[in-house]
Write a protein that binds this ligand. Structure first.
Ligand code: ZN
Length: 190
């Protein structure tokens, strides 16, 4: 079921979501929430969505990039259901990336993200994963995990002059950004 996506200003986006127990994960309500997150993300052409964004303070986010029209430069990410993630930077290396968010309509901005992260999580069947993510994919995981701690990308925009509507991004900034980020993707992979 497609759910309403809550927007910046709604207090639930600023709450820390809580861990899901294994019993809860196996139960129908959480499995339904996962299905709803997938439907809602795909309907909105999002690269990911976290439970807070549909009003649930549980640590679950879903991520998928598949020829995404909102972010055509992003490397593909197969559908990934991420429960109780623990994310940590592997080193200090960061990169600047232009982000948007389904909960922050019509705004983009430049944020700093770690290039390499280790992420440990459970999938929807309860299997444990321990993976390294790099580049734009690492950035996507950081953005979604931030949601579960009540953090939005706008909090991480250090230079407010980079804020842009999607229309003005397309007109004035997209070409230079795509050139820069394509070189980055070639260098670090994803
Ligand atoms: Zn977001």
């Amino acid at each position: 079921m497609i759910r309403e996506i809550l927007t910046i200003g709604h207090p639930v986006l600023r709450r820390r979501a809580r861990e899901i127990t294994r019993d809860e994960l196996a139960g129908a309500p959480v499995q339904q929430l996962i299905d709803d997150l997938i439907d809602t993300m795909r309907n909105a052409n999002g690269a990911g969505i976290a439970a807070n964004q549909v009003g649930e303070t549980l640590r679950v986010t879903v991520i998928e990039v598949n020829n995404n029209p909102r972010y055509p430069y992003k490397p593909q990410i197969p559908l990934t259901v991420v429960i109780n993630p623990v994310i940590e930077a592997l080193d200090d290396e960061t990169f600047m990336v232009n982000e948007g968010c389904l909960s922050v309509p019509n705004l983009r901005g430049e944020v700093s993200r770690f290039v390499s992260v280790r992420v440990r999580y459970l999938d929807r069947e309860g299997n444990a994963h321990d993976e390294i993510k790099r580049g734009l994919t690492a950035g996507t995981f950081q953005h979604e995990c931030d949601h579960l701690d009540g953090t939005l990308f706008v909090d991480r925009v250090s230079d407010p002059t980079t804020f842009s509507t999607w229309e003005q991004f397309e007109r004035f900034h997209r070409a230079a950004f795509i050139e820069r980020i394509s070189r980055f993707v070639e260098r670090v992979g994803s």
